[in-house]
Design a protein around this ligand. Sequence first.
Ligand code: KG4
Ligand code: ZN
Length: 337
Amino acid sequence: MSVNLLAIESSCDDTSASVLTNGAIRSNVIASQKVHSQYGGVVPELASRVHLTKIITVTEKALIGAGILKESLNAIAFTSGPGLIGSLMVGSSFAKSLSLALRVPLIGVHHMQAHVLSNFIDEPKPSFPFLCLTVSGGHTQIILVKDYSKMEVVGETKDDAAGEAFDKTASLIKLPYPGGPMIDKLAKSGNPKAFEFPEPNVPGLNFSFSGLKTSILFFIKENIKKNPRFIEERINDICASVQHRIVSILLRKLQKAADQFNIKEIAIAGGVSSNSGLREAAVEMSKRNGWHLYIPAAEYCTDNAAMIAITAYYKFLAGDFEPLSAAPSARMEWKRG
Ligand code: KG4
Ligand code: ZN
């Protein structure tokens, strides 16, 4: 029997639906919300309202794109957390209604587990155990992945996430939200060694980005005092130098984890893993260390329903279903593996 799944992702400001058949993604439709850029960050109440207006058309597009009738679906998957509670409620209510109407089971998916398993969408796939550096707008973690469902967080940020470090820097230099992709673009024609930003001294495999944010703030203020046009004149060098430091912080800890666990299977996931500087530096580091490196295609790095679908597929095979009564949760602890 073939397995057809529909997955819905609505944890933050992207409304996405994806259809999967037997482990292969057949469609992945993503509608990003533009409304937040004028506020410099995601406004939760607006996000849930926009999800409501988009969720049906996005789902229809995903079904049509896959050439599948909803009557052929074997289960409905959705992001059950972590994320913005209002946004999660829209996706979970929609998924529950469909599962009731179609009389098929429901599968709840942990958003961060799905980022990790986005590495199983395309070939080659990592083999267990592997380490995954998961870097997004809300999380920065090193995860020891023992199985599709057994994952242990072995390091994480004590304050800001790497994506926040990109976005907050972008707002300091007057770039629109979300600033990560724009910093990436501007950094391409800048000098990464133009300015030196400090690397925090955090024990173990943990991260901290709040000190970096403060030092960038003071650096910008000082330089604007001397030259009011400093940002405009040096924007490429600022972006390249900040990106260089964020990447070096991330990869130094990834290297430490790989050495500590003696693992050469290494993956990267999450929105920041689409950063070209991080991707290039990780490839270089892998060559030096003899790692097998896995990074998802760009459309599977930022929030998307295909990663929910692939995670749901492994849960479907394991018979791991969600009762209709289960509520989504803004904060979801990891099951320790
Ligand atoms: O995984 P994601 O789409 O959503 C969360 O689960 O948070 O990650 C969004 C984060 C944002 O902070 C965004 O600025 C960052 O990923 N991001 C990037 C790039 N593309 C997205 N950061 C740096 N370079 C990029 N190319
Ligand atoms: Zn995410």
